[in-house]
Write a protein that binds this ligand. Structure first.
Ligand SMILES: Nc1nc2c(ncn2[C@@H]2O[C@H](COP(=O)(O)OP(=O)(O)O)[C@@H](O)[C@H]2O)c(=O)[nH]1
Ligand SMILES: [Mg+2]
Length: 586
């Protein structure tokens, strides 16, 4: 299916044309038919000669209803610009064209209607000249009369060529269905309609209501009035929703793939059109079917910061339109450059920001985004519309390579400073370092650890001495040399002190894993436990405490807690008669 919107001045024959092409009545309201004037959006569809289905979103031409017109064309990729042969180019011809241009609509046709009332030549020439200067450019034009039928076959053929040129829809994208109507059907409940521009929907899908975040489930789908179990973009769809009353939804809201969109009320944009300096302080931002008041702050050049009256699910690169509702004037199209911009606090921040934005064009630029944000979660970027592949530095954290390198250097400095300030601690706690470096996640600190830094038991040391403070490391070395011949003899407290290991130093060495504490004041070198198992395994099994003590060449003071430790580790087992055996485990 393809979807095309009409555009053009009131009474130029848009609805009549849609009626003639489809045999359907686009003016849905009794009031519209009584007054012969479109007020709200109309929907009709037909098959083209190629077999493709084309759906029309018929818009009102009257200046009072331009917001409705914008809600209709916002999500639609192509337009039929309608001009009456007998009236020619008129104010809303111009305003509608300005809107299409602002939204960057580049596919369309010019249809000169009421060709039975006047020579279509002058109106055609006039309109072509206007279109040529816009995003639509040089389009095909067809002169028609809905009364005589002249030109309608040519128009059908031109429509077939138009839809053939439309880009293939991105059906693998998340869904952002801008709602253009919401109503209740007796027995079914809430139904919303919209133009599905990308992605796909299935019955049973869970979606989120953009304005409230509420989860809703797709109970049923209609595609051009026919039930469907799934619908792929581009399509006009009606979605029957479970879990939400009708009054919770309306035009301008959207149904979203849950968790795939960043909601923002603050964004930086580039304005095409009038110079940014002359804008009123408040304008209306139109995107999709939404129209939201926006406070406008010119940043410099053609860039603006917008503060919206309510958050919207916006993506980097979105096209939107700023309009001055008071003056009935489309100020210009905006391209969304950043949906999560930094606050402007310091003097001169706006100008600095404008300089940054000067290099942006709304296209996904992952490397640039990382350079600007330094550190960001991959999911967060995806929700902002910034796609691309880069390996995370930790978890789903992405980092700018330069910034990451700098953080690595800073980490070494912080760890060194910590070691100087806390000479007896085996390294700095990861959490303290996270705070010093101002990082949002401890996993990042741990991922920054590179030799000579070492990570052990939640602490980062400067390496070299295995994370042990230098004097303590030297003292442990002395113990190692002195007890090499009797590895299971634990030094007495005064001997330790003489070697430079007071209670605090012993504690540091134990925390760093350089000494093994068996009991209060009983420490061995850390490999003693494994060595003991080897010795004990050579004894006849089971063995007594006394046999173990002799084999290990040590005292009860060491043997008792050492065997208890080995029991806890499961490498020895204590039998009911207090003898032990080596289990072979561990
Ligand atoms: N003679 C003639 N009248 C037309 C033609 N197309 C539309 N009209 C008339 O023009 C008026 C406005 O048409 P309508 O479709 O409502 O215009 P819209 O406001 O652009 O939707 C109606 O009275 C139509 O009957 C045409 O091709 N020939
Ligand atoms: Mg109409």
């Amino acid at each position: 299916m393809h979807v095309v919107a009409t555009a053009g001045h009131v009474d130029h024959g848009k609805s009549t044309l849609v009626r003639a092409l489809t045999g359907m009545e686009p003016d849905r309201w009794a009031e519209e038919r009584r007054r012969g004037m479109t007020i709200d959006l109309g929907f009709a569809w037909t098959a083209l000669p190629t077999g493709d289905t084309i759906a029309f979103v018929d818009v009102p031409g009257h200046e009072r209803f331009v917001p409705n017109m914008l809600a209709g064309v916002g999500p639609v990729p192509a337009a039929l610009v309608v001009v009456a042969a007998d009236e020619g180019w008129m104010p809303q011809s111009a305003e509608h064209l300005a809107a299409l241009h602002a939204l960057g609509v580049s596919h369309g046709l010019l249809v000169v209607t009421r060709a039975d009332l006047a020579d279509p030549g002058p109106a055609t020439a006039q309109a072509r000249a206007q279109l040529a200067a816009t995003s639509l450019g040089a389009v095909e034009s067809v002169a028609v009369s809905a009364v005589t039928g002249v030109g309608l076959p040519e128009l059908r053929a031109a429509l077939a060529r138009l839809v053939g040129r439309l880009p293939a829809p991105q059906t693998d994208r998340p869904v952002r269905l801008w709602i253009d109507r919401a109503f209740t059907i007796r027995g079914s409940g809430t139904v919303v309609t919209g133009t599905l521009g990308a992605g796909g929907l299935r019955v049973g899908d869970e979606l989120a209501v953009a304005a409230t975040g509420e989860p809703v489930r797709v109970r049923g789908l209609h595609r051009l009035g026919v039930p469907a179990s799934r619908v792929a973009a581009v399509a006009r769809v009606a979605v029957n929703l479970r879990g939400v009353p009708r009054d919770r939804l309306g035009r301008g809201d959207a149904l979203l793939t849950p968790g795939e969109f960043h909601h923002t009320d603050l964004l930086d944009v580039r304005l095409a059109g009038d110079p940014a300096g002359d804008l009123p302080a408040t304008l209306t931002l139109h995107i999709g079917s939404a129209a939201v008041p926006a406070r406008v702050r010119p940043l410099g050049g053609d860039t603006l910061r917008l503060r919206l009256a309510r958050p919207l699910p916006l993506l980097t690169g979105d096209r939107a339109l700023l309009r001055d509702p008071g003056r009935h004037h489309v100020c210009g199209g905006v391209t969304v450059l950043d949906v999560a911009p930094p606050p402007l606090t310091r003097r001169g921040a706006a100008a600095a920001r404008a300089a940054v934005l000067a290099d942006l064009d709304g296209r996904a630029d992952l490397a640039g985004e990382l350079r600007r944000r330094r550190l960001v979660r991959a999911g967060e970027l995806r929700r902002m519309g910034v796609t691309g592949e880069v390996a995370p530095v930790a978890g789903d954290w992405l980092a700018d390579p330069g910034h990451w390198q700098l953080l690595g250097v800073q980490l070494v400095e912080e760890v060194t400073a910590w070691a100087a300030a806390h000479p007896l601690e085996a390294g700095a706690p990861v959490e303290a370092l996270r705070q010093r470096l101002g990082l949002p996640d401890r996993a990042l600190v741990e991922a920054l650890v590179r030799p000579p830094l070492t990570l052990r038991a939640g602490r980062i040391g400067t390496g070299g001495t295995g994370g042990l403070p230098e004097p303590v490391a030297r003292a442990v070395d002395r113990v190692r040399r002195e007890y090499a011949a009797h590895p299971f003899r634990a030094p007495e407290a005064d001997r330790l002190a003489a070697l430079g290991l007071g209670p605090r130093e012993v504690g540091a060495a134990v925390r760093a894993g350089a000494l093994l504490r068996l009991a209060e004041n009983v420490v061995l070198l850390p490999d003693a436990a494994d060595d003991a198992v080897r010795v004990l395994a050579r004894l006849p099994q089971p063995f007594t405490l006394s046999a173990a003590r002799q084999a290990l060449d040590t005292t009860r003071r060491v043997a008792v807690p050492l065997l208890e430790l080995l029991d806890r580790r499961g490498v020895t087992r204590r039998l009911p008669d207090d003898a032990r055996e080596v289990t072979g485990a561990g």
